[in-house]
Design a protein around this ligand. Structure first.
Ligand code: SF4
Length: 405
């Protein structure tokens, strides 16, 4: 909540009314975060009498990352009260903040309780589930700083190496909820509006929520270059093609993780819908600026996809694509089972060197934040029931869970 002023319904039509906080009644006040300048001006019209006030409010939300109208001290007091009566800021609430020894900080945010049945979902709505919790990670690395943010509250794609997938589907986040993660981190860490990289590698599949992602990017790219933003997909071909048609595009990363369809389908049920050949064709269509490359992410799992013959097969698959490979030794987690373990360092380096000898650019992603479960694939929504994975990674490939497609 952003104000102690009792909520009253907006006088003018606004964006869809969001469901209320955990266990509470639906919140009738529309959130302002995530709205374009034009939409904000329309919505504020009944309250604001002078156009420059809209700019002041927009800047307070996005430049200063205010969480409450009371912090907009450059506005008259009666205007702040009128705003609080009709609207809310919509900043996610920080529930928990866990700092790793390596400087990585993981945030657990509460957004809203899962959406209405008529809302577009990545999977079935989590009826009766408690408030949606999402995670985002702030990763400082020398002069660089990267925020890893979530696009959905959960994920219906059920990748076998991913804790988020284990915990099951959730709803799409709104543009404001996506943007709000960045603002809330900036606020907590006292950071300016620019100077960071942004990766959509948190919870959820961003290309299953293109509307929310696009809305957040439209605002975020006022201060952060498109070149500093990467959207990572499990391989949603229509989403890749949709993003390819944008006039400005973020960097694109594909989670490939296996060189053949049989093993990729065992790891990632979505491969049954969009197999590797279709995916690579979509990547080849994705327009790249001069000097830019696609990123192919490849999780290394011991005795599953880490043989040097797999490196050779991966190279053959990717030949002709402007791409670099990012190798990620899997981050074990109790819910993933005992077979999801990384190769030893010698094998990881041998795999990387094999790719490099064949002419690929290949790097190994350093593990960050694993002491606070903030590493890749370890983000989860607390307080939700796991759906559980079936066994079978090394035997016959598991079928997609019934609720994943
Ligand atoms: S890896 Fe990404 S797409 Fe796959 S289950 Fe996890 S969050 Fe979803």
């Amino acid at each position: 909540m952003t104000s102690s002023v009792p909520p009253t319904p907006p006088a003018a039509p606004g964006p869809p009314v969001s469901p209320g906080p955990r266990g509470g009644a639906p919140e009738p006040r529309p959130a302002l975060l995530g709205l374009s300048r034009e939409r904000l001006a329309e919505l504020l019209d009944p309250v604001v009498d002078r156009p420059f006030r809209v700019r002041q409010i927009y800047d307070a939300l996005h430049q200063r990352a205010v969480a409450d109208f009371g912090e907009m001290t450059d506005l008259p007091k009666d205007l702040r009260a009128a705003l609080a009566a009709r609207f809310r800021v919509g900043m996610p609430r920080v529930v928990r903040r866990a700092a790793s020894d390596d400087g990585t900080v993981k945030y657990l945010f509460e957004v809203e309780r899962p959406g209405r049945p008529d809302e577009e979902h990545a999977g079935p709505p989590a009826e009766g589930a408690p408030g949606a919790t999402i995670e985002a990670v702030d990763i400082p690395d020398g002069d660089r700083r990267t925020f890893c943010i979530s696009s959905q509250a959960g994920c219906g794609l059920a990748c076998r190496f991913c804790v988020t997938g284990y915990w099951g589907p959730g709803r799409n986040l709104t543009a404001g909820e996506i943007l709000g993660q960045v603002l809330a981190i900036r606020r907590a860490a006292d950071l300016p509006p620019s100077g960071y990289n942004l990766v959509f590698m948190g919870m959820g599949e961003p290309l299953m929520n293109l509307e929310g992602v696009r809305g957040a990017l439209d605002v975020l790219t006022e201060t952060v270059s498109w070149r500093r933003i990467t959207v990572s997909t499990a391989g949603v071909v229509p989403g890749i093609d949709a993003m390819a048609s944008w006039s400005h595009r973020p960097n694109l990363a594909l989670s490939l993780h296996a060189p053949d369809d049989e093993r990729r389908s065992a790891l990632m049920p979505i491969n049954r819908t969009y197999p590797i050949a279709d995916l690579l064709a979509a990547l080849a269509r994705y327009p790249l600026e001069r000097g830019r490359k696609l990123t192919i992410e490849y999780i290394l799992i011991r005795d599953f996809n880490d043989a040097l013959a797999d490196a050779d097969a991966l190279d053959r698959r990717l030949r002709g694509l402007r791409a670099k490979v990012n190798l990620i030794p899997i981050n074990p987690d109790p819910v993933l089972g005992e077979r999801m373990v990384p190769p030893d360092d010698v094998q990881v380096e041998a795999f990387r060197a094999r790719l490099e000898r064949r002419g690929m650019v290949a790097t190994v992603r350093r593990r960050r934040g694993d002491d606070v479960s903030a590493a890749c694939g370890q983000l989860r929504a607390f307080g939700r029931d796991p759906r559980g994975f079936r066994e079978g990674l090394h035997g016959s490939p598991p079928g997609p869970p019934a609720d994943s497609q």
